[in-house]
Design a protein around this ligand. Structure first.
Ligand code: G3I
Length: 447
């Protein structure tokens, strides 16, 4: 049942050719302006991608930021073994399909993550004996790659198979422990047969500089290349923070892998920190990739700090309100692009004011004005209320009024600071003095 579903999706995608062409044209137009990450990277013959979570695609700002800035998508969890084959031979692709369909309909490439990994592995895999495990591993690769055949730019075929630390040893896992070192080669051979068009990558972390772990991966890739084991690329996850900073020999390390005849990709970039220090670190990474011809693209591990697996470390390019951070500007600049302060990615500071009458009696009424911040946070607001003659305002709360004739200008008392989209309100009591007419609320201005 799975293939027909994907075939339908492909048919639908074919029906969207016009949309895709428009998107592509949009990217071309943007490439001239190079005012997004994707268009600037395209100007350097590279992609710029993000890890994408299916359950956030319904959030308008999330989807808008993804669609505007990125030219590649990696499902963050949806293609992992526990998500796609929770019980043996029973594949579920709904969440991964959502990410793939979204990306395809917007002209993005998709990175497949990941086929064989010790983590997020359903428990049934760990119970199998060697022969059965080999069959299950190959069955999983065939099931997943078959479903997406022809639709995935690069697959992380094997993920994180080497131990941290100084030994350069393989990591213990059901695959390593039962099948030995050869499981990696077997996974790559199975993957090549399953989808010959996809680039096949080995992907790992703490391999970003020259060290024992990257040396061990390097030796494996060199061996694969010399024996004709199919491998096309090496992914460098690049999760950085103060304990694990961008290595000084990052470029040199990428280059030595590239010199083996494989592409290199930065696959899960995030750098904890903020401000100019974080921006400078991002610049180092982009500069390193641009200095290596075979560094074909960069993926950041999420769209917004709000949903990062390291959200406390604010490691991404957009903050929790989807505002561009200094790190964003640094990446765009390093890619040769240039920001436009007035572009749609920079939400303007704004607010709206809405009036309701909350109580009414024969001699008076209570009015309330709700102030709502626009797409950007605000630190203050001003609203005007014209009170029709002969009415008079007898009291006002949650605001500070000044008067010009019968026009009341209200500023915050304690409630000036609002997050993007957040609201506050002030209220007032009016003596009708014979007129029940409604007041008029003028515009809201924010700073
Ligand atoms: O979706 C469930 C939710 O229903 C439940 O309530 C919640 C309770 O814990 O868990 C949610 O699932 C979490 C999932 O992320 C989605 O948010 C899992 O617990 C959590 O373990 C999982 O973490 C993922 C992690 O891989 C697992 O190893 C991160 O999102 C994901 O960013 C991270 O990605 C890895 C790469 O695949 C490989 N390289 C390292 C990278 C960072 O750890």
């Amino acid at each position: 049942m799975t293939m027909p579903l994907r075939c339908l999706a492909r048919t639908a995608a074919a029906g969207l050719v016009a949309v895709a062409a428009l998107t592509a044209a949009g990217h071309t137009a943007e490439a001239e302006a190079a005012d997004t990450l994707g268009s600037a990277a395209a100007g350097q013959d590279r992609y710029f991608g993000a890890a994408v979570a299916a359950n956030h695609l319904g959030e308008a700002d999330y989807a808008a930021t993804l669609d505007r800035e990125f030219t590649s998508a990696t499902p963050e969890n949806e293609m992992k073994w526990d998500a796609t084959e929770p019980s043996r031979g029973s594949f579920t692709f709904a969440a991964a399909d959502r990410v793939v369909d979204h990306a395809q309909s917007r002209g993005m490439d998709v990175r497949g993550h990941t086929l064989v990994w010790h983590s997020q592995l359903p428990s049934w895999v760990g119970t199998l004996g060697a022969a059965d495990l080999r069959t299950a591993m190959n069955g999983h690769i065939n099931g997943l790659m078959g479903h997406y055949k022809g639709e995935i730019h690069s697959w992380d075929v094997v993920n994180e198979a080497f131990q941290d630390g100084g030994s350069g040893a393989r990591r213990s896992s059901p695959f390593q422990d039962r099948l030995g070192d050869g499981f990696i080669e077997e996974a790559f051979r199975t993957a090549r047969a399953a989808d010959p068009a996809a680039k096949l990558c080995y992907n790992d972390y703490n391999t970003d500089g020259v060290n024992a772990k990257s040396n061990a991966v390097y030796a494996m890739v060199k061996d694969f290349r010399s024996r004709g084991v199919p491998i096309d690329c090496v992914g460098f996850q690049s999760h950085f923070n103060s304990a694990s900073p961008v290595p000084a020999d990052y470029r040199q390390n990428l280059q030595r892998f590239a010199d083996l005849g494989v592409d290199v990709q930065i696959t899960e970039l995030d750098i904890e920190g903020s401000g100019s220090a974080q921006a400078a670190d991002y610049t180092k990474v982009v500069d390193a990739c641009l200095a290596v011809d075979r560094c074909t693209g960069i993926t950041v591990w999420g769209v917004t700090d709000k949903y990062s697996w390291r959200s406390g470390g604010t490691p991404l390019l957009f903050d929790g309100d989807y505002r561009k951070k200094p790190a964003y500007d640094a990446v765009l600049t390093a890619l040769g692009g240039s920001g436009d302060p007035g572009d749609p990615g920079d939400p303007t500071v704004s607010c709206t004011a809405a009036y309701t009458r909350t109580a009414d009696w024969s001699s008076g009424y209570n009015g309330q004005v709700t102030i709502t911040a626009g797409d950007a946070p605000i630190s203050s607001w001003t609203a005007t209320v014209t009170v029709p003659s002969p009415q008079s305002v007898s009291s006002l709360w949650n605001g500070t009024p000044t008067w010009t004739g019968n026009v009341m200008t209200v500023r915050p008392s304690w409630n000036g600071t609002l997050a993007a989209g957040a609201s506050t309100s002030f209220g007032f009591t009016v003596a009708k003095n014979g007129s029940g007419a409604a007041p008029t609320v003028g515009g809201c201005t924010a700073s």
